[in-house]
Structures are given as structure tokens and as C-alpha cells.
Design a binder for this molecule. Structure first.
Ligand code: DC
Length: 222
């Protein structure tokens, strides 16, 4: 019988540190990494570029199906081109949350996500990794943090990357995205019933990593 490839899911709101945590766990274990948010960002960026109304789910899903998206462990290539920082800009962040609410778009990216489950294991970060995409994952993390601390972290991240940022606008943008991500009917952001919930408001990323690995060991996964 084929051995089931283990998956660790890391879900949570924007700016909770889940992307950083997922990357650190993947590096620590030597597992593959799936940044599922990048998929929705790619769809939004391509939609904006091609001047498609981001409220048109069917048109966006058709575009998504035609894209050649190749994940690799340092990011992804879209139609042969390496993904740049453009997908991290605020306009694309806001757009990603709009395109992610369309069931057709979610359906179009599902296969691509499932294909990333390859030996020796996968760490997948997003909003519905534990609830919808990998419901059988043996370890599900839900990483939360206060809105204010998430806005501050995003602000620092953007400045570090040399991108323009405004703290008040980031806070308002995060609040709006939280509402959209949690309130949508398809795959809303919520902890899986069996998720290990960590509040990182006053924890360093190293402390969150240590807690996560400790738990993974305690359940015999690693
Ligand atoms: O994690 P992120 O900020 O890169 O995600 C960008 C957007 O994509 C975010 O608004 C929510 C959406 N998303 C989603 O709906 N489901 C996922 N699995 C990952 C991201």
C-alpha cells in the first residue's frame, strides 16, 4: 500500500505570520512548501493586468485554468516567468481577497494545490488548507494575532522589501480582508475543529515555531 504523504496545514488571517511559520517548518523538516495565497494573488495580478472585472468569477476561472503555474521551493513561475514582488502590493492583496471569494476560481486552483502533496511531506499555508484542501492532514495549525499587531508586521515587511506602505491604510485593508475572508460562503477562514490554535500577538516567530514543532513531536508526526 502506498504511504500517505503527511501534510502540516497553517491557516490564519493575513499578517498572522503563517507564511513565515510555514516556511520555517518546511525548512526544518526538509518538506515541500505551498503558499496557497500566492495562487489567489497571481489570479488577481493577471486579472488586473488583463483588465478583467475582479467580480467576474467565471472569466477569472477561465484565465486561471489557462495559466501555467509551477511551484518550486523558493516561489513559483507563471507562464515561464519567475513571480516578482508585484503580487505583494496592496492593490493585488485587496484583489486576491476578492477573487478568492469566487467558487469557480477556488475550484480552478484546487488540483494545483493537491498536486503539491509530494514525499517526504508538505507544509501548506492559507485560509482553508486544514478545512477544505487537506482535511485529512495529521497536524493543523491555526495562527491568529490581533489586528493591530498584524498591521504592524505587514508594515515592517513591506518596508523591508523596499515597497511603499502606510500603517493606517494597511490596518483598514486588513480589517476589510478579514471580513471578506471570514464572511464568504465558500471556504471561509475559520479554524478546523481539530486545529491547534496559536495566538502570536505577543510571541516571537521563533517561539511559535518551537511550539509547533513540540506539538508535531508530541503527536508522533516528526
Ligand atoms: O495569505 P495571503 O495574504 O497571501 O492570501 C491572499 C488572499 O488570498 C487572502 O485575501 C485570502 C485568499 N486566500 C484564500 O482565500 N485561501 C487560501 N487558501 C489562501 C489565500
Amino acid at each position: 500500500m502506498q504511504k500517505v504523504v503527511p501534510v502540516i496545514t497553517v491557516d490564519g488571517p493575513s499578517g498572522s505570520g503563517k507564511g513565515t511559520l510555514a516556511a520555517l517548518i518546511a525548512r526544518e523538516l526538509g518538506w515541500h512548501l505551498l503558499d496557497s495565497g500566492a495562487l489567489y494573488r497571481i489570479v488577481a495580478a493577471v486579472g488586473i493586468e488583463r483588465q478583467i472585472d475582479l467580480n467576474k468569477g467565471a472569466a477569472l476561472a477561465a484565465v486561471t485554468a489557462g495559466l501555467d503555474i509551477q511551484f518550486h521551493d523558493n516561489g513559483a513561475r507563471v507562464d515561464g516567468k519567475e513571480l516578482g514582488l508585484r503580487i505583494r502590493e496592496e492593490a493585488v492583496s485587496a484583489g486576491a481577497s476578492i477573487v478568492a471569494a469566487h467558487p469557480d476560481v477556488r475550484h480552478a486552483v484546487l488540483d494545483l494545490q493537491l498536486k503539491q502533496r509530494r514525499p517526504p511531506g508538505l507544509v501548506a499555508d492559507g485560509r482553508d488548507m486544514g478545512t477544505v484542501v487537506f482535511p485529512d492532514a495529521p497536524f493543523k495549525i491555526y495562527l491568529d494575532a490581533s489586528l493591530e499587531s498584524r498591521a504592524e508586521r505587514r508594515y515592517k515587511q513591506l518596508l523591508d522589501k523596499g515597497l511603499a506602505a502606510n500603517l493606517h491604510r494597511l490596518l483598514a485593508g486588513l480589517r476589510e480582508r478579514d471580513q471578506r475572508d471570514k464572511g464568504r460562503t465558500v471556504s471561509p477562514l475559520k479554524p478546523a475543529p481539530d486545529a491547534f490554535i496559536i495566538d502570536s500577538t505577543s510571541l516571537s516567530i521563533q517561539a511559535v515555531l518551537a511550539l509547533s514543532l513540540e506539538r508535531a513531536r508530541a503527536i508522533g508526526l516528526i
